[in-house]
Design a binder for this molecule. Structure first.
Ligand SMILES: [Zn+2]
Length: 320
């Protein structure tokens, strides 16, 4: 078999972006499996959720949003530290950049390496990479929960850390009155999971349970289509859980039996591909996902930092 092109480096097809209005003043931009973003109108300000990979990419989203509202961006919320979600931040001119404390720590610890890693894996998302002024730093952080009053009769927006999952510090944005949830990469709706920085056990159990318990009627995941209605929302959450549980079962079996990482990868690929193989970024993510879970099962508590070099090494070993 010919070697697969590294990660998503050969994925150069342009994705169509769709702006959807989920409720009065609540917006999401989806892009056929590329990272989703959102915005929520306060009475006289905006809260934006996630920033895309570069200021140039972010400005295209903001131009779409400006067809609906010209309110200034007071808060830019970073759901987690990954480069393709944060490095476009400067385009928002936000008064406040918000994240969890854990995310701030991850940016300090591994933000630079992650930038280089993600740029190599997904070059298409980095539109005009020279427009990135540097790492994005939050200017306000919280540990578990931060409530933003939206003013007027718009209710409130709750930012919450619901447990370790896709990373050590993911937060969701929840509108209790509109029952809309921006879940970041904690939930994917018909898109493959990236678990290279994940805590598989926490994510598949308590964290997803707490996401589900919110009872959202609409859910915007990190990638993929918007889930509408409780049935679709729960299906997206359970699909995310099934992906994780299948990985834990297949990688766990090989690990316990004293097998190799390559055997674990092949078993996991075989188990997931029938249902998830055609979904965006499946082949790209799986080697990194299996490596992280293997590490987790080997007692490595916190994810090993991904660098451009380690990316290539793991890729060549498993997908090369
Ligand atoms: Zn992510």
């Amino acid at each position: 078999m010919a070697a697969r092109p590294f990660a998503s480096s050969a994925d150069l097809g342009v994705k169509e972006q769709t702006l959807e209005v989920l409720a009065d003043g609540v917006y999401a931009l989806t892009a056929e499996g590329d990272p989703n973003v959102g915005a929520i109108e306060g009475e006289d300000f905006l809260v934006c959720f996630e920033a895309l990979a570069t200021p140039v990419a972010a400005r295209r989203w903001l131009a779409r949003l400006r067809e609906h509202t010209d309110k200034p961006v007071r808060y830019l919320v970073l759901s987690h530290y990954h480069a393709v979600r944060v490095l476009g931040a400067s385009a928002f001119d936000a008064e406040v950049v918000v994240s969890s404390e854990q995310t701030r720590h991850l940016i300090a610890e591994r933000g630079q390496q992650d930038w280089e890693s993600e740029y190599g894996r997904m070059p298409r998302l980095f539109e005009e990479p020279e427009s990135i002024p540097g790492l994005t730093w939050p200017t306000m952080t919280f540990r578990d929960r931060l409530t933003i009053s939206l003013g007027g009769d718009r209710g409130e927006l709750v930012l919450a850390f619901l447990g370790r999952g896709h990373t050590e510090g993911d937060v969701v944005a929840w509108l209790p009155e509109q029952q809309v949830l921006f879940a970041g990469d904690l939930v994917e709706s018909q898109a493959a999971l990236y678990t290279g920085d994940a805590f598989h056990t926490d994510w598949a159990t308590g964290t997803l349970d707490r996401v589900k318990a919110l009872g959202a009627q609409q859910l915007v995941g990190g990638r993929g289509r918007i889930a509408r209605g409780r049935e679709e929302v729960d299906a997206a959450i359970e699909q995310t859980r099934d992906f994780l549980l299948t990985m834990q079962r297949t990688v766990g079996d090989v690990h316990r039996a004293g097998g190799t990482l390559t055997q674990a990868f092949e078993a996991t690929h075989a188990a997931l591909a029938p249902q998830y193989g055609a979904w965006p970024i499946f082949e790209h993510c799986l080697p990194f996902d299996v490596q992280r879970l293997w590490d987790e099962l080997s007692g490595i508590e916190r994810p090993v930092i991904w660098t451009a070099e380690r990316d290539r090494q793991v890729w060549d070993e498993l997908q090369g």
